[in-house]
Design a protein around this ligand. Sequence first.
Ligand code: ZN
Length: 368
Amino acid sequence: MRNLIIQILIFVVSVFATEVIAAEYSASTEPKRVVVIDPGHGGPRPGKVHRDIVESNYVLEVSKEVRKQLNRKMPDLDVYLTRSCDSAYHESQSTDNKLRAEFTNNKGADLYVGIHCNALGDTKVKGCEVWVLTLNEKLMNQNRLVGSRYADDGDFINPEDIDRNSQGFMMALSRQLENEPYSRFFAIECCENMAKYGLVNKGVKAGTVYTVLYYSECPGVIVEMGYLTNSSDYSYLISKGAKQEMATAISDAIVTYFKTLYGGDSAESGEDADVVETKPAESGESERVDEGYTIQLISSAKRVNVDDSQFKGYKGRVKEIMGSGSYKYKYCYGSYATSADAQKDLKEARKSFKDAFVVKYRDGAIVK
Ligand SMILES: [Zn+2]
């Protein structure tokens, strides 16, 4: 009889333990990531028109191809287009841009990618560039648009119209400060990818205040796929396969962005469950603890310096833990005796790293 009770107790405890482990792991499942692709202009506003290329139509075709490629390359990613036909959100260009930002925010986007083509009176200017938002006054003045362009062009906000003491500006500034490194990371990848094809890399630009970037809450960029007014850019863009190539460049940059920042854990679930080796970070904590809990902030395909600014308040206090798989660099913070202790700090960590979760380690390895 006593043996039977012990056996029942062992069974109950093992079932309970399995449930606890399962709960811990389901809590660590990464949320679905969202990207908004915004083909610029449309409806009453065709954007730039040069010979056979109408910007609004051209960028729509590229955007649709980006979505198609992303559905194949990263099926876990939610991809939204702001428009799928020749339409606009509003007759006012400024409101139209604000509504595109609102669409982005309502979708809970992790990244906004506006797709455009450029044009300029100076036909010698050529190449691709990607714009990020900055609210740095000096930069904005350097990039000030000429003349009355602000008056009839709601794509941009005139820096003179921004009340730098307003609550709206303060919110935009705090978002921009937080998002800019992420936007720039994407922008660099995207420029390099586009330059693999027929366009010269003009690099990442900042300073002109794009309305849609100002009002978007997530990291975001405006991709300019070359100058229609330049003969070599035009020849490339009109060539067969250019739309496909631009879409490949942009979608590859999006894949790199999400995989680098958030890891491939949602696509490769169970990766974190593998036993992994730890090694002390270059300049992080050198403490050795046999058993405990830590908070995984991010995992990355590429090695990240623990002093990198992306670690924000945790900079220099992050431990690098090597794992297996494509996202083998895990960056963790803290050592805790109990899961409950770690959970207390997790709340704070999630303010900066919304996918952070608690992992257990024993003898220098993450364990289930
Ligand atoms: Zn445009």
